[in-house]
Design a protein around this ligand. Structure first.
Ligand SMILES: Cc1ncc(COP(=O)(O)O)c(C=O)c1O
Length: 462
């Protein structure tokens, strides 16, 4: 059966009317669980609305768990619409989102209802209490098992602090290792959240020069001579560049850290996307120098950001204690709800399934993007990176981002990740949030803009 919604009786903006009709038809039984919704383009044609309107309605339906979509396979009704009606909360205002670094969400969403039901039955955790600052032991043990399987790293669960996302792990790590006014070394372009955390803590950032593997050993060595002692690095699928360090580069950086008595903060949130199979990763800095690397990761990229679960693995007891103090000062303890869902998925084996599906999905997206954008994109450090880097001058990046926005495509603001614009500039594209046809259409729209950006006469043409 093909769904032909009547949206004339509904009120509000067009996407919300489509969503309301969807809820109504699911609730009345007209649309049974498992029914395939029409392709977005067909429905847009049928209703006489733009593709973006339907895309927004479908995305919201999926976000609410009413439907589930799989790239290339279509969108299916998945649950009775008996929950409370939410309004649209998307921040993108109908724009195609290539700006935010989401993983594909279908695999986790499809298992969320069952996980919440399991959560409601659990009696192993008393959710009415404040939890311990480090997190519950069972959750920390699950984290250690998951890090071993998804990132190939053996960690002692006693050294793990559960945080509210990897973002908080970064904030806590900086608070534990630095005092205001100190310098934090990092890649010349880095995760925007590190810039925020450093500004909040009044730490100075020093961007280090990179090559196609990430930070250059010479740059770390030179920066260390200025007296800086702590470096934040993302060796695997660096954000924003998608670069990955070889084992040799990792060993070299660790050697310098030892010679110069540095502490390294290793952010490994993209580990699940690194290798040919889950957990097939190059050696972590933490495994090469456990005594001086604070390792952090999280469940957002491999499983689902809404879990808000991060993992901080301290190199020693004093650092663990300081980190726990910073965490207590900000949140007291990480809520156990997300950690319990994570633990449920870890114990049932669903975490592996979700990560495997996300990897396959990310690989398909990367192939699509490289096929359309070709040489304008730097080949990332794995076959399934969630983000891609397009090197170009600062001015070209700003102009291209503005042109893309006018065409309805939002990319990461070029200045957001940059720490030292003399060393690096470009555009980051995030592939995880936008589905199939729309991803392709937006990449095709970007292509001529990238050709213009690469043309030295482009500035004059404008
Ligand atoms: C490198 C890096 N670290 C940390 C984070 C934060 O992740 P979380 O959602 O776990 O806070 C991100 C999110 O984009 C990231 O790219």
């Amino acid at each position: 059966m093909t769904w032909r919604p009547d949206i004339s009786a509904e009120h509000g903006p067009l996407p919300e009317r489509i969503l309301a009709a969807l809820r109504r038809d699911i609730a009345s039984g007209d649309l049974a669980v498992g029914t395939r919704l029409p392709p977005q383009r067909d429905l847009a044609f049928q209703l006489g609305v733009s593709l973006g309107v339907v895309t927004r309605a479908y995305a919201e339906a999926e976000r609410l768990g009413l439907t589930s979509g799989q790239v290339g396979r279509g969108t299916y009704v998945q649950a009775p619409a008996n929950g409370p009606a939410f309004t649209m909360t998307s921040t993108t205002d109908g724009l195609v989102d290539l700006a935010r670094n989401y993983p594909p969400l279908g695999a986790a969403r499809a298992r969320l209802r069952e996980a919440l039901e399991a959560l409601s039955r659990t009696n192993a955790v008393d959710f009415s209490l404040y939890g311990p600052a480090l997190g519950l032991d069972g959750h920390r043990q699950a984290a250690a098992r998951w890090l071993r399987r998804s990132a190939g790293i053996a960690v002692d669960w006693n050294r793990i602090l559960l945080t509210t996302g990897a973002q908080q792990a970064i904030y806590v790590a900086l608070g534990a290792l630095l005092t205001p006014g100190d310098t934090l070394m990092c890649e010349a372009a880095t995760f925007h959240g590190v810039k925020l955390a450093a500004a909040q803590g009044r730490f100075k950032l020093m961007g280090l020069a990179m090559d196609d593997e990430g930070v250059l050993p010479d740059a770390l060595e030179r920066a260390a001579r200025t007296g800086a002692r702590v470096a934040y690095l993302t060796p695997t699928l660096q954000n924003p560049t998608g670069r990955a360090m070889s084992p040799l580069r990792r060993e070299h950086l660790v050697r310098i850290a030892r010679e110069r008595d540095l502490i390294l903060i290793e952010d490994d949130v993209y580990a699940a996307y690194a290798g040919k199979t889950l957990g097939d990763c190059p050696p972590t800095l933490a495994s090469l120098a456990p005594e001086r690397v604070l390792y952090l990761s999280g469940a957002s990229k491999s499983l689902m950001p809404g879990l808000r679960l991060g993992f901080l693995v301290a190199p020693d007891e004093p650092v663990l204690k300081s980190a726990a103090q910073v965490l207590r000062a900000s949140v007291y303890s990480t809520p156990a709800f997300g950690a319990q869902i994570f633990t449920h998925w870890e114990e049932t084996g669903e975490a592996d399934e979700i990560a495997a599906q996300n990897r396959a999905d990310a690989a398909a997206r990367q192939r699509t993007a490289l096929g359309i954008l070709g040489g304008y994109v730097e080949r990332p450090g794995s076959d399934q990176s969630l983000h891609l880097w397009l090197p170009m001058s600062e001015a070209a990046a700003e102009r291209t981002a503005a042109r893309a926005l006018r065409a309805g495509v939002e990319v990461t603001p070029p200045s957001a990740p940059v720490v030292d614009s003399d060393l690096i500039s470009g555009l980051r594209l995030c592939l995880g949030q936008t589905e199939g046809e729309q991803l392709e259409a937006s990449l095709r729209a970007l292509r001529p803009m990238l050709a213009d950006a690469a043309d030295p006469t482009f500035a004059d043409v404008l």
